[in-house]
Design a protein around this ligand. Structure first.
Ligand SMILES: [Zn+2]
Length: 390
């Protein structure tokens, strides 16, 4: 079997790199890979090589990417937002079509895996879930998509949702979602009992949207940590957003971070534009895993985004005040390895024996790639072959 050797590449730390591939897997990685007369050499012309990006939080069923531009409509409440969303989606092309367009775009930027939250409630039932499963099937050779059954409209306050969540798990969703147990549902213990109960019975992971403010949010994190430890679910629970961590004092963050680390609860932030968000470095220092994702992309919730995880890493760094290379590498880690760990993606990364998949782009190193996040001219290699968007 002929080796393919990608030469004249640059590693994330800026050092020279070669990557040898045999049968679609890395057979050697280093400054210089052994080669024979039959080796096929592919010159990467001094470009940077990174592992594929992992979008740890995306809503493929909501986006209008691939559809016409829809101007944002301001609203006065969450319930009003949900009504606007239902109205806009009712006249949009089918979910499969829109999801396909967004997955294609994300793939072209170098995303290799996603955790996708899909709306399930008593009125939509499992329709969105089945549509996203269909889109996932189209892309199964290129992108791993983990599905979260997401009760966008609440659990306790939206009758029938608990049964639909359970049905979503039976249908193949891998993660059960939750949302603002106190401020949306008005009964934190009741929502958490349902979510953790289904997770325990179905042996699935948990990822809860938590936008609750200050002490309400901190108390919620405390409850989630206690239930996680009680069920021995360490490493299987994530909280998305957790705005409260960006609103309380550093001492209070320190206290709750210790609880989160003990329960190994991962925190997802997309560094949203108009509100406080978790202090990434303080959490990591306390031993909390922090990852990132795009969240909403051109949908009824906000007009921003294009699915590029390198741009998301830049936004995380920008809003976090990351200037040094060390800090920029943290943002890159959040968009790659940290997300891969949370969704349980194995066979990932630039290691001998792994699937020979990576992203090639123009930048002197990983820190510079995050800081500038140039979207142009990225090349995607899967199993040792350049991927061409069809
Ligand atoms: Zn979300």
């Amino acid at each position: 079997m002929t080796d393919r050797i990608f030469i004249n590449a640059v590693a994330a730390d800026g050092s020279p790199l070669e990557l040898a591939v045999r049968d679609g897997r890395f057979s050697a990685i280093g400054r210089h890979c052994p080669r024979s007369a039959n080796s096929e050499l592919i010159d990467l012309e001094g470009q940077l090589v990174l592992p594929g990006f992992v979008d740890g939080h995306i809503h493929l069923d909501k986006s209008f990417v691939g559809d016409r531009w829809r101007p944002h409509q301001p609203v006065a409440s969450l319930r009003e937002r949900l009504a606007v969303e239902k109205h806009l989606l009712s006249s949009a092309p089918p979910i499969v079509q829109r999801a396909d367009a967004l997955i294609r775009q994300a793939a072209s930027f170098g995303t290799f895996a996603m955790r996708c939250h899909v709306d399930v409630d008593a009125s939509t039932g499992l329709d969105n879930l089945h549509a996203i499963m269909e889109a996932r099937e189209h892309w199964r050779d290129l992108i791993d998509i983990e599905l979260v059954a997401f009760p966008q409209a609440g659990v306790v306050s939206c009758p029938g949702t608990a049964q639909i969540l359970d049905a979503a798990m039976a249908a193949g969703a891998q993660v059960i979602g939750g949302i603002d147990p106190s401020t949306l549902d008005g009964d934190a213990e009741a929502q958490l009992a349902i979510v953790f109960g289904i997770a325990e019975r179905r042996e699935v992971k948990i990822d809860i949207h938590l936008h609750e403010p200050e002490q309400i949010g901190i108390a919620q994190l405390q409850r989630i940590a206690e239930r996680t430890l009680a069920l021995g679910m360490q490493g299987r629970v994530a909280v998305s957003h957790a705005y409260a961590l960006g609103e309380v004092t550093p001492d209070e963050v320190e206290r709750i971070a210790a609880q989160l680390a003990r329960a190994d609860i991962a925190i997802m932030t997309n560094a949203p534009g108009d509100c406080a968000f978790p202090p990434v470095l303080q959490l990591r220092k306390a031993g909390v895993r922090v990852f990132t994702g795009n969240d909403n992309i051109q949908d009824a919730w906000w007009p921003y985004g294009n699915g590029d995880m390198l741009q998301r890493a830049m936004l995380v760094g920008y809003r976090s005040g990351f200037y040094t290379d060390d800090d920029l590498y943290v943002a890159l880690h959040m968009a790659t390895e940290a997300g891969a760990q949370v969704i349980g993606k194995t066979d990932y990364g630039l290691k001998v024996g792994n699937e020979a998949s990576f992203v090639v782009l123009k930048a002197p190193n990983g820190a510079a790639a995050v800081a500038a996040a140039a979207p142009s001219a990225r090349r995607i290699v899967r199993n040792g072959q350049f991927w061409v968007s069809g």
